[in-house]
Each structure stands twice: as structure tokens, then as C-alpha cells.
Ligand binder design. Structure first.
Ligand code: BV8
Length: 240
């Protein structure tokens, strides 16, 4: 059992695995996104420069899929919202996911370090706005009227993830770090467990399989997130 006093801060990192049972594909599972399209073509600035329409099609399709009423928050998303509500200390949720299922599941103290699928940004004026439909190279920025400068508000490979200072401040002061549904292959997120452990936090991984960095964790709980996360939250709250 990860030891933590009730008044201590918990930091939770989630990845695509927590949304899998809501019907969203992960990246590196056999049926994942990177098995269907090349990361280099759709999730890098170079790929966007080479073929913006291909990248817009990729994110437009994922945005339409996320907007499908069949895609709903699952018991794991809801359990994390319950922990945030009932835990006596702060619970900071850092997600690598660009879906909005944590918000819809009730989480509020949330950082989307890789951006958000339902937001777009203009490379000319920097305005970030909500977009639940499609964008393409002919899209006009409603703020500065520039054509073709609207891109997904998503962090691609080689780009700096968002709110890193706030994340590291939390990792260095938390007493418990929990990683859920991530393969631990993408940095800097994959290195968070080491930052937390260095600061003396207990570290727990909940995943369908042992991640690349599983040995870095004090504890590993295997299974689907909709089963492991609610049970883990019950355990934490019972000890608080
Ligand atoms: C940065 C976009 C520095 C959004 C993503 C060479 C060149 C450039 C950079 C690098 C390089 N070599 C290394 C790097 C660093 C690079 C990196 O880590 N590359 C890897 C591939 C080696 N990182 C970066 O580039 C980052 N930026 O370093 O900037 C910098 C410094 C100064 C100035 C400027 C820049 C940016 C990383 C963000 C990239 N964007 N996505 C999108 O399209 O979604 S990353 C992509 O992978 C997703 O965002 C995703 O969040 C992330 C991690 O994937 P996971 O969430 O873990 O998903 P995965 O499928 O891998 O695993 C799912 C897990 O769930 C599995 O373990 C599975 O078993 C489990 N699971 C499945 N079902 C369930 C389950 N678990 C529980 N229950 C279930 N039911």
C-alpha cells in the first residue's frame, strides 16, 4: 500500500489506456493509432508542414469520433473525479490524452499536457479557441482573419508539452504519484515517476500490462482501468 497522509498531494498521470474502454483507440496497442497511420506524418511539425490536409483529416476524424454520443466517460474517469472530490488533500490530474473524458467525468484540477482535441490555435495570432467541427488549410481565423494558420491545439513530437513548470512543482511536492493507462514510452511524461520518487513520493502504476518503466514503480496493479481504478480509489479513501 502506498503510504500517504490525507493532507498530502496526489499527482495522477493518465494515458490513452484510461479512455480505451470508452471506445477510443490507444496508440501502441496492436489495434492502436500508430498501427494505422505514421506518427511522423500526422504528429510532428514537419509532417504538418509537408501535408497539412493529411494532418487536418487525421484530427478531424478523431474529433468527430470523440463527439460521437457513444463515447462517454467510463468508471475510471468517474473514480478519479470522486477521489478529487473526497480526498482531504489536493489531487492534480495530468493527462497525456487530448480527449475531454476527464472533464466530462467530473475532474476539475486537470492539466492537458499534450493539448486538447476540441481546441484549435492560430499560428498567426496565437488565439486558442474551441472547435468541435472540422478545420482545413482554408480555415479563416475568426480573431485575425488570417487564412490557413489554424492548427490543432495539440503538442506534436519535438514540441514542448504544456504547463511543465506547474507539473514539476507538483511532482516535487507530492507524496503519491499514480500512473494510469500509459505505456511509459513518451517523454517527458515517462520520466515523471523518477521525479516523484526522487522527491520521496510513493509511486503506483495501474495498467493493462507492465509498462516500459514498470520497474521504476513501488507497486504495479494490472488490469483494465474500469476495474483497477475504482478499487484503488476506494482503498485510498478508506485509508484517508
Ligand atoms: C519534447 C499528440 C522537447 C497528441 C503525442 C527525437 C526527436 C524529437 C523528440 C524526441 C526524439 N526522441 C525522443 C524525443 C522526445 C519525444 C519522445 O518521447 N519520443 C518517443 C516516441 C521516444 N517527446 C517529445 O517530442 C515531446 N516533446 O520532448 O519536447 C522540447 C524541448 C525544448 C523545446 C521544445 C521541445 C512531445 C511528446 C508529445 C507528443 N504528442 N500525441 C495526439 O495526437 O494525441 S504523444 C502520444 O503518445 C499521445 O499524446 C499519448 O498521450 C502519448 C503516450 O501514449 P500513451 O498514452 O501511453 O498510449 P499508448 O498507446 O502508448 O499506451 C497505452 C497503454 O494503455 C498501454 O500500456 C496499454 O497496455 C494500456 N491499456 C490499454 N487498454 C487499457 C490499458 N490500461 C488500462 N486499462 C485498459 N483498458
Amino acid at each position: 500500500m502506498a503510504s500517504t497522509r490525507p493532507d498530502h498531494r496526489i499527482v495522477i498521470l493518465t494515458g490513452a489506456g484510461i479512455s480505451k474502454e470508452s471506445g477510443l483507440d490507444t496508440f501502441r496497442d496492436a489495434d492502436g493509432i500508430w498501427a494505422k497511420v505514421r506518427l511522423e506524418d500526422v504528429a510532428t511539425p514537419e509532417g504538418y508542414q509537408r501535408n497539412p490536409r493529411l494532418v487536418h483529416d487525421f484530427y478531424n476524424a478523431r474529433r468527430a469520433n470523440l463527439a460521437n454520443p457513444s463515447v462517454q466517460p467510463n468508471a475510471a474517469h468517474q473514480a478519479l473525479a470522486r477521489l478529487e472530490r473526497d480526498w482531504p488533500g489536493e489531487v492534480l490530474l495530468v493527462t497525456q490524452n487530448i480527449d475531454d473524458l476527464h472533464e466530462r467525468g467530473g475532474s476539475r484540477n486537470l492539466i492537458h499536457m499534450h493539448g486538447e482535441l476540441f481546441r484549435v490555435t492560430c499560428t498567426a495570432c496565437g488565439v486558442i479557441r474551441e472547435e468541435r467541427g472540422e478545420i482545413d488549410p482554408d480555415t479563416v481565423c475568426p480573431s485575425c482573419q488570417t487564412v490557413g494558420t489554424t492548427r490543432p491545439h495539440v503538442v506534436w513530437f519535438g514540441e514542448m508539452p504544456l504547463e511543465m513548470e506547474r507539473i514539476y512543482e507538483a511532482l516535487e511536492t507530492c507524496r503519491l504519484f499514480v500512473s494510469i493507462g500509459t505505456s511509459g514510452t513518451v517523454y517527458p511524461a515517462a520520466g515523471f515517476v523518477q521525479a516523484a520518487a526522487l522527491a520521496g513520493a510513493s509511486t503506483v502504476e495501474l495498467n493493462m500490462e507492465r509498462s516500459v518503466g514498470a520497474d521504476l514503480f513501488d507497486e504495479h496493479i494490472q488490469g483494465p482501468a474500469t476495474e483497477t481504478v475504482p478499487a484503488f480509489v476506494d482503498r485510498l479513501l478508506a485509508a484517508s
